[in-house]
Design a protein around this ligand. Structure first.
Ligand SMILES: [Fe+2]
Length: 199
């Protein structure tokens, strides 16, 4: 059996100096009811083949403390728009037209290396914000970080009020997605992202 394609912990090199990932607003669309299927593959809802509209994205990374120590056993939640730019939330515009083949919310528990991974969709633009994935980190039931993940080169980053960060802060908030094969065999985008917590 061949090893699945897709990123792994050893693909990520930690920079020499780590500063904590900036906090970002939770935003108005954190799920009011989390789905029964809340695993880390947002392209499959309750089993079956992916039927989602959009570009598959595998985003993976490490969760570490700012001394480089892995954060094991943390729960990382993500929530985001579907491939049409629609959230699953009663107050979200056009939510009745959302892609029912998409899971919208998922959880990944970090392993001993602090590694986490999601298979999801490239979050398209909505309401003129740069593409982003919302995330929340919980350790032993305590929320330790709420932030957002943006994408390198997004032309809307510079003018975005929420993503108004520069230098190291912006580096910690953005990821680079490149064309590639996901670990489920789909063609799409793959990205590696580092999240740093203060000790
Ligand atoms: Fe958002």
């Amino acid at each position: 059996m061949t090893a699945p394609a897709g990123p792994a912990a050893e693909d990520i090199t930690l920079p020499g100096v780590l500063s904590a990932s900036p906090r970002q607003a939770e935003g108005p669309y954190y799920p009011v009811a989390k789905p029964a299927d809340r695993d880390n593959n947002l392209l499959v809802v309750d089993g079956g083949e992916p039927t989602t509209i959009g570009t598959p994205l595998e985003i993976s990374g490490l969760l570490v403390y700012d001394d480089g120590t892995p954060v094991a056993g943390a729960t990382m939640e993500i929530w985001q728009v579907d491939g049409q730019g629609i959230y699953d939330h009663p107050n979200a515009p056009d939510t009745d037209d959302r892609d029912l083949g998409f899971q919208f919310y998922g959880e990944s528990v970090t392993n001993g290396d602090g590694f986490w991974t999601f298979i999801t969709l490239d979050p398209v633009l909505y309401e003129s914000r740069p593409r982003h994935i919302h995330t929340k980190i919980t350790i032993d039931g305590v929320e330790v970080l709420t932030t957002q993940i943006y994408f390198d080169g997004d032309p809307l980053l510079a003018d975005d009020g929420l993503a108004a960060a520069t230098g190291d802060e912006l580096t910690l908030l953005t990821t680079k997605a490149v064309p590639g094969t996901l670990s489920n065999g789909l063609e799409g985008l793959v990205a590696l992202h580092l999240i740093v917590l203060p000790l």
